[in-house]
Design a protein around this ligand. Structure first.
Ligand code: F42
Length: 327
């Protein structure tokens, strides 16, 4: 399966035209990110629903801190309604930096995720929900319209979150691009599935990857560098060490980002090793090989995330022709 991620920092109508193109070239899913400072995820998905016919429409990902889960259930059910059953709910504990700016306290992300998923399943099943959780409390709320059977995906990287995904979800969206990270992740998902008596194959394993494709390798790499810089700056030390990247680079890159010194980032701070570890990047042949390597170890959905390529339209067409077409 193939997905594509868009960030609604771009105007919604522009995303609608990219999504239509993505649908035409064979993508299965479109995922829209959720951050308060960008355009609203459900408004965006509603427009995408009206301008497409077959592609599935996912929040990629929303969170249970900025919206009560009953409101999330109602919003995604409305998307399911207007799209003829094409909605997918991607949810994760969210992004601490944006919560700090909003004055929202980020407590118990793992437990909040677990309790949110159970409440959401109950809302989707049309039940009157009574849940006296530690983090999510619902006192008799019920949807007044039919939600339908909406798959739930979890945004996860940490071992406990991945186990939770294996235990409870239809799929997981993992912010990573390299087989080494997925070998670790797939084991954790399988452990969670086993604990719940499920077949791990029931869980769609999504690589939510930084993706950059162009016929000219250099152009593809340059387009990925700033995204890779943000990934390095935000990665735990254990992940950098796993890829043999000097942990001190994290502070230097973070400093350059804070100063807005993009010249330094492009001019050598972001190394080829970092690009290889944290993106699927290069010519169509290189990208196709990297996609095949991930599929071989058990990744079942490749989500082509930012930047997609130096030119989004050209990149979407290239992925359709050279990667999805050849799969
Ligand atoms: N976040 C957004 O805000 N917007 C987005 O659009 C978005 C997209 C997205 C796409 C893919 C993806 O993988 C993640 C994405 N995210 C997005 C981020 C997402 O919402 C999550 O923040 C992120 O995936 C979670 O990262 P993580 O799996 O590393 O989990 C964190 C919370 C973690 O520390 N996990 C630990 C682990 O091992 O998995 C568990 C920590 C733990 O056990 N906590 C206990 C608990 O109950 O929470 C509490 C412990 C205590 O002492 O209180």
């Amino acid at each position: 399966m193939f997905g594509i991620e868009f960030v609604p920092s771009d105007p919604v109508l522009k995303l609608a035209s990219y999504t239509k193109l993505a649908e035409e070239v064979g993508f299965d899913n479109v995922w829209i990110t959720d951050h308060y400072n960008n355009r609203d995820v459900y408004t965006t998905l509603a427009v995408l629903a009206m301008s497409t016919n077959t592609i599935k429409l996912g929040t990629g990902v929303t969170n249970p801190y900025t919206r009560n889960v009953a409101v999330t259930a109602s919003s995604i059910a409305a998307i399911n309604d207007i799209s003829g059953g094409r909605a997918i709910l991607g949810i994760g504990p969210g992004d601490k930096a944006t919560f700090d700016a909003m004055g929202i306290e980020w407590t118990k992300p793992l437990k909040t995720s677990r309790e949110s998923i159970s409440a959401l399943r109950a809302f989707f099943a049309g039940k009157k929900v009574n849940q006296d959780g530690e983090c999510v409390k619902i006192a008799g709320a019920k949807m007044a319209f039919k939600a339908g059977n909406i798959p739930i995906y979890l945004g996860a990287q940490g071992p406990k979150m991945l186990e939770l995904a294996g235990e409870l979800t239809d799929g997981v969206l993992i912010n990573a691009s390299h087989p080494t990270d997925f070998e670790v992740a797939i084991k954790a998902i399988a452990a969670g599935a086993k604990k719940a008596g499920r077949d791990p194959k029931e869980v769609d394993v999504g690589a939510y990857a930084c993706f950059s494709i162009d016929k000219k390798e250099e152009k593809a790499i340059d387009a990925a560098k700033i995204v890779v810089a943000f990934i390095v700056a935000g990665s735990p030390d254990t992940v950098l060490e796993r890829h043999g990247i000097d942990v001190s680079a994290k502070g230097n890159i973070g400093g350059a980002i804070a100063k807005g010194d993009f010249g330094a980032l492009m001019g050598g701070m972001v190394t080829q090793d970092m690009v290889n570890a944290f993106s699927i990047c290069g010519t169509p042949d290189t990208c196709a090989q990297k996609v095949a390597d991930l599929q071989k170890i058990g990744v079942t959905q490749i989500v082509c995330g930012s930047p997609i390529g130096p030119n989004k339209e050209t990149a979407i067409k290239l992925i359709g022709k050279e990667i999805i077409g050849g799969n």
